[in-house]
Design a binder for this molecule. Structure first.
Ligand code: GLC
Length: 543
């Protein structure tokens, strides 16, 4: 054991502190009306499956009214459901059914930008430069002769410049507006108090309907450095478009921080202090979780100070390579960082933006063994864990043919994009759509022909299946890990990660050879043990 970590966080009994949250990507989860796109009624139908899986809460990616250029992360109306997914009554029915089953519901909030079809942006386009309508967004004059160059050198995360020029009412080329993502996602100006007030209304709208929490999209991006100055890129550093979230991919060791005038500005925390107070007015421990790709564990922890958000995604775990020392470093570093502000960590291995972890770990049988092993180790850690739909089936990243790709980053960069982790879930049957939709209509992204063996139907009740393993792992968490002290000690023994929490010892073999299985009672393992700890296998032992 090489490191000791003793977080100061005290368990207070708030439901989310040790919750396992299952992420639903509504387009791809279940399609009740058979139009090829998942919907809220489909989610409601499948909630008993999630209860039986053994999760505590569901987080749904956006289902608000949206032209769907970024599949709902471009919101045109925060107070309504997109007809593709149903209507407000379907959201209410989903919430009611979830609560009846004992599941909490977290909705996605997208405050960094609106859709270009939002009434505010439409009004801004129709209004003149300098108008209050334009002041809700970041409109600026261009640089160079005729203002033909963008106002600064920022790149869009999805590729190309982060600025698009508009045509003014008289038909002449006009101002530019900032969009850190697609050009259909204009960034709001959070220094304008109108913007903050509007989002407090949005929070209240959904809190009043009974949601239990919010996953906050691009939580580190809302406020930009006021000057909107150029980003200074050191030699070898890439703009965002070529290194999506590259800052977070760096190891947790000391490093030179990248200059990022568009991300993680100190004023962003004022937003979350205000939201904290709004949520505190409601009963039931309503919560927030930040999607904040920060550069250091310390800046991640800033989002979960006692008067700010409840949780922040710990992307360092997801980004760690398949290496015992790297995992140990992340467990220790991130737990210590949030412990310093009295918070608990979170853990996540897959979501709708990243390559599925089976594939990241090498794919095929080896990738699956490693993914199961990493998941089981994750579920022993203090704090809360996030699962992404389909990982409980062991799904791999799908190679989506170019003609079917829909991710805006594909259109802006020609890079493959994120469609491969968004292919609709296979529920039953032996051919597409595998029970995803009513009838035989084909889903919005084609499913592979060889998924008959990985459907929910095929895996339920099969003792060797990944689904059965997830059910067992979640049951083991409830039985053996909840209630353990939050202090965790992580280290390595050769290629084996060893994590100690109370009387629970977790071992994860990241090497290529079998390792010795420590003495103790084996509580659960990610694969067969045969008296040793085989490669790509993890186990929990009571010691
Ligand atoms: C977040 C979302 C991602 C979306 C982006 C812009 O990173 O997770 O899916 O494309 O924000 O809203």
């Amino acid at each position: 054991m090489s490191s000791l970590n003793d977080p100061i966080a005290a368990t207070t009994g708030r439901w989310w502190e040790h919750a396992v949250v299952y992420q639903v990507y509504p387009r791809s989860f279940a399609d009740a009306d058979g139009d090829g796109v998942g919907d809220l009624a489909g989610v409601t139908d499948r909630l008993p499956y999630l209860r039986d899986l053994g999760v505590d809460a569901v987080w749904l990616s956006p289902f608000y009214r949206s032209p769907q250029h970024d599949h709902g992360y471009d919101v045109a109306d925060y107070h309504d459901v997109d007809p593709l997914f149903g209507e407000l009554a379907d959201a209410d029915a989903m919430l009611a059914r979830a609560h009846e089953l004992g599941l909490k519901v977290i909705v996605d909030l997208v405050p960094n930008h609106t859709s270009d079809e939002h009434r505010w942006f439409q009004a801004a386009l129709a209004a003149a430069p300098g108008s209050p309508e334009r002041a809700r967004y970041l409109f600026r004059e261009g640089r160079g002769p005729g203002g033909d160059e963008p106002p600064n050198n920022w790149a869009s995360v999805f590729g190309g410049a982060a600025w698009t020029r508009v045509e003014e009412a008289d038909g002449t080329p006009g101002q530019w507006y900032l969009h850190l993502f697609d050009s259909t996602q204009p960034d709001l100006d959070w220094r304008n108090p109108e913007v903050g007030d509007m989002f407090v209304e949005v929070l209240r709208f959904w809190l009043d309907r009974g949601v239990d929490g919010f996953r906050v999209d691009v939580a580190h991006g809302l406020v930009k450095e006021e000057s909107l100055r150029d980003q200074e890129l050191a030699e070898g550093e890439l703009p965002d478009s070529e290194s999506v979230n590259s800052a977070a991919t760096a190891s947790m060791v000391e490093r030179t921080l990248r200059d990022e005038p568009m991300w993680d500005q100190p004023e962003v925390h004022d937003v979350y202090r205000r939201w904290h107070d709004v949520l505190a007015e409601y009963d039931g421990d309503r919560m927030t979780v930040a999607e904040a790709w920060t550069q250091t564990p310390g800046s991640m922890a800033d989002f979960v100070r006692p008067d700010e958000m409840s949780q922040a995604f710990n992307f360092a775990f997801l980004l760690a390579p398949w290496d015992a020392a790297a995992f140990a470093e992340v467990v220790t570093g991130s737990t210590e960082a949030v412990g310093r502000v009295g918070a608990l960590p979170t853990w996540v291995l897959s979501n709708h933006d990243v390559v599925r972890h089976v594939t990241r770990y090498g794919g095929g049988a080896l990738g699956l063994d490693r993914a199961r092993a990493a998941t089981l180790a994750m579920l022993a850690l203090p704090g809360s864990a996030y699962l992404y739909q389909g990982e409980e089936l062991g799904l791999e990243q799908v190679e989506v043919a170019p003609e079917h790709r829909q991710d805006p980053s594909w259109f802006r960069t020609g890079e493959v994009g994120r469609d491969g982790c968004r292919v609709p879930v296979p529920w039953s049957g032996t051919a597409p759509p595998y029970g995803f939709g009513a009838g035989a209509g084909q889903p919005w992204l084609p499913q592979p022909d060889d998924w008959a063996g990985v459907t929910v139907e095929a895996q339920l009740g099969d003792p060797g299946s990944t689904l059965t393993f997830y059910q067992a792992a979640l049951a083991a968490r409830r039985e053996h890990a909840l209630g353990l002290p939050d202090a965790v000690e992580a280290g390595t023994d050769g290629d084996v990660l060893r994590v100690r929490r109370g009387d629970l010892l977790v071992v994860l073999n990241c090497g290529d050879a079998p390792a010795e299985l420590p003495a103790g009672e084996v509580l659960v393992s990610s694969g067969p043990l045969d008296g040793v700890l085989p490669p790509a296998t993890s186990a929990w032992l009571r010691v």
